[in-house]
Design a protein. Structure first.
Length: 364
């Protein structure tokens, strides 16, 4: 049995002192330790709490890993600031999740989109009483959280009206944008949180691009990190004049809604045409037999690169490579369609659910 000891003596800290070091998810390379200050944590946690819609009387469910920055902020810090009592899980299990929402009358759940799908696929899922759930704060990792998915989820949780979807990263203590519930724009990542600036720059010249044009997402706010631990070269490349150059691609519309479109390092170039994995994956998962999809570029002597798709089939569905390739050619530009398909049992992901495409490349 654990026993409490004497309280540690108080230590004076400044807002600029490092409070924690969170490691980037490492989807395109080795993880780096992002040094975040007390000021970063206070600003982003307060901003996220204000935008969350969580009330002191709510019962939140925290399943996303608390060691991950998104799980830490949305699953823990927001609920602490709101004075709620959370239900904590050490890992995700769809049946246990449904049971917990019903038993504890959960109102707020921070999760990733594949968790919603997994819960809906549980046999007899509609028999669970999920009527207490009001806020489904979901991040689109692995698959996009669409209006169709929201409609399907409401068939299980009829009183769930708030579907929050944003954008963020470790270097900014996450939650850089949020979705205003009075004006949801499906397919986007919402608008900047108060105090956060978002710009889109040309990746080559660093110049601002016109509204609606794709470019690199750069961010500035009191949530910006101090730098990478023992990595001055990486810090200088990412943190420039107070702006975080994310290496992510996106665009801003006329109303300031951000749409994440891919990662610069993961861009696939086919016969000179740029293709981003998320573009292809978002179409492949529309096939009735596909549960999850991830694509990478592989060398090709004539086209430079072609697409190899890794597919997780839905339970009880048969699907072969040739039929999926033929379907893809009918449903997207032919040069974007996969030339190879490999079926696997599960995609390699980070603790937060991001697909680790670099591990798929390592499979040769």
């Amino acid at each position: 049995m654990a026993r409490s000891g004497a309280a540690a003596p108080p230590v004076k800290v400044a807002m600029d002192d490092v409070a924690l070091m969170t490691y980037t998810s490492g989807t395109t390379g080795l993880p780096k330790g992002a040094m975040l200050t007390h000021g970063n944590a206070m600003f982003k946690s307060a901003a996220a709490a204000d935008c969350s819609g969580v009330q002191a009387s709510d019962v939140p469910l925290a399943i996303a890993p608390l060691y991950h920055i998104a799980g830490m902020v949305a699953g823990m810090n927001v609920t602490i600031l709101k004075g709620t009592t959370s239900i904590l899980f050490y890992r995700f299990d769809p049946v246990a999740t449904l049971q917990a929402i019903e038993r504890h009358r959960v109102n707020y759940w921070y999760n990733i989109a594949p968790m919603n799908v997994a819960c809906m696929q549980v046999p007899g899922a509609k028999a669970y009483d999920l009527s207490s759930l009001r806020i489904n704060s979901v991040t689109s990792f692995g698959i996009n959280f669409t209006e169709t998915l929201a409609r399907q989820w409401r068939e299980h949780a009829p009183n769930c009206q708030s579907f929050e979807s944003g954008y963020g990263l470790s270097e900014t203590h996450t939650v850089d944008t949020y979705m205003p519930q009075h004006d949801i724009r499906w397919g986007t990542n919402g608008i900047p949180i108060p105090g956060n600036e978002v710009r889109i720059l040309d990746p080559d010249t660093g110049a601002p691009v016109p509204t609606g044009t794709q470019g690199e997402i750069v961010l500035r706010s009191p949530g910006v990190f101090k730098g990478y631990w023992n990595n001055p070269e990486g810090t200088a490349k990412t943190l420039r004049n107070g702006w975080v150059h994310t290496g992510d691609l996106g665009c801003l519309d006329a109303d300031g809604y951000l749409t994440f479109t891919g990662r610069i390092k993961e861009m696939i170039k086919i016969s000179g045409y740029p293709v981003f994995p998320e573009q292809v994956e978002s179409i492949l998962v529309k096939h009735p037999a596909v549960a999850q999809a991830a694509v990478i570029g592989v060398p090709d002597p004539t086209k430079g690169e072609v697409i190899r798709a890794f597919i997780v089939r839905k339970t009880g569905h048969d699907l072969d490579a040739d039929s999926l390739i033929a379907w893809a050619r009918d449903n997207m530009s032919s040069y974007k369609a996969p030339r190879e398909v490999r079926f696997i049992d599960q995609l390699p992901t980070t603790g937060a659910g991001k697909v680790l495409r670099r591990l798929l490349r390592d499979q040769g």
